[in-house]
Design a protein around this ligand. Structure first.
Ligand SMILES: Cc1ncc(C[n+]2csc(CCOP(=O)(O)OP(=O)(O)O)c2C)c(N)n1
Ligand SMILES: [Mg+2]
Length: 373
């Protein structure tokens, strides 16, 4: 037969708890201990409140631009829950829920968006600063996983990015290296339907984003990203594959951002109210609460108590972020590289002298070093 298929593929969609409350016991029973589901639900309430307060801080001129995470909490939280303590979490900017779950102090996110570089100082945490340059972080994840494999460690890297980011060359390079060098990376694409005002249908003509990983020889799966259980399941499977076989996986988490792209955006100008209304009903927080209530694991009183606790906690987080001592002006050089490049070293050393009118290239770097400490 001169013509025969050489490759065929199927992309599976995984859902355990759907928006109507249907729960797949076969996949879901025993997946997460009840106490952990309760803890993660409370955590989602805290994250939702954090989001609301961060939005208000921007609107009242107390913080710079902020990207709301509202609606996408289950995707990063479920994935973060499935990772081991020493795994790397390499994110963009809609993963607060997962980062907080893994121990990122909440003040750090506020400081970041307040323009204070200390928000990016993550010493001791296996996570990288929020990547605002779209797609750049996936390369870092591949590099971290490569380092882990090279050193014989058992940690893996889990990276998060949007649907739009898969159109960046960085994604394709990171994916190709990860698959062809057999590196322990989990790629989690949060497909929220939009890249600012560009709908995903314009970003890609393919029926799924998951299949983008196929081209590189990766395992690929699509999952309901608003389903905490399904996120835990697919990430756990992918993490196991990475750890035990050094094989990367591409996970497409189908979700939706319920807010604007950032506080600098007004999504009403490009998306329909009906679309938003439909996704409001698929809200991961509502879904999880219904599941907990149906099992007598949650009550109205617990809800009120948890919300009051969340308000207290976030008020303290805001206070800590706003009352921190002003940073030294040279601190914005300090948290990106372990060792500064020669150019940055020079900029750091000459920033004061050049700001008062001296040409940095004419400043004796060694002499000025002491003055700017
Ligand atoms: C390299 C680069 N190009 C363009 C931008 C401007 N930009 C910021 S967010 C964004 C869209 C990202 O969409 P997606 O990856 O789907 O993530 P989402 O914001 O939807 O979570 C763009 C184009 C950027 N930050 N970096
Ligand atoms: Mg998007």
């Amino acid at each position: 037969m001169p013509v025969k298929p050489v490759f065929e593929a199927v992309i599976n969609h995984v859902s355990i708890l759907d928006e109507h409350g249907n729960f797949d016991s076969e996949l879901g029973d025993g997946l997460i201990p009840d106490a952990d589901v309760v803890a993660m639900y409370k955590h989602m309430l805290v994250c939702r409140h954090f989001d609301e307060i961060a939005f208000k801080l921007q609107r009242s001129g107390r913080m710079g631009t902020y990207p709301e995470n509202r609606g996408q909490e289950a995707a990063s939280l479920g994935a973060a829950y499935a990772l081991e303590q020493n795994d790397w979490m390499v994110t963009c900017y809609r993963e607060n829920a997962g980062l907080f779950w893994r121990g990122l102090p909440k003040e750090k996110i506020l400081l970041h968006w307040m323009g204070d570089e200390r928000g990016n100082n993550l010493d001791g945490l296996r996570m990288t600063p929020l990547a605002i340059a779209i797609g750049s972080q996936m390369l870092h994840a591949t590099g971290l996983a490569w380092a882990s494999k090279y050193k014989g460690e058992d940690s893996i890297a889990c990276t998060f990015f949007g649907d739009g980011a898969t159109s960046e060359g960085d994604f394709h390079e990171a994916a190709n290296f990860a698959a062809s060098l057999s590196l322990p990376v989990v790629f989690v694409c949060q497909n929220n339907g939009w890249a600012i005002s560009t709908p995903s249908s314009v970003e890609s003509a393919a029926p799924t984003f998951a299949q983008r990983g196929l081209a590189y020889g990766m395992e690929c799966v699509q999952v309901d990203g608003n389903d905490l259980f399904a996120m835990v399941k697919v990430t756990r499977d992918a993490a196991k594959r990475a750890r035990e076989q050094n094989k990367p996986t591409f996970i497409e988490a189908v979700t939706y951002r319920l807010g604007d792209h950032t506080t600098a955006d007004d999504a009403r100008r490009y998306r329909d109210q009906e679309e938003l209304d439909m996704w409001m009903k698929r809200d991961p927080v509502i879904r999880l609460r219904q599941w907990l209530e149906s099992r007598d694991l949650w009550s109205e009183e617990q809800e009120a108590h948890a919300k009051a606790e969340a308000e207290k906690e976030i008020a303290m987080v805001v206070k800590n972020a706003e009352e921190i001592d002003a940073p030294a002006s040279s601190e914005f050089f300090d948290n990106m590289f372990v060792e500064l490049t020669p150019e940055l070293k020079k900029q750091r050393q000459t920033m004061r002298t050049s700001s008062i009118g001296q040409n940095p290239s004419q400043v004796d770097v060694k002499q000025s070093e002491g003055a700017i400490k």
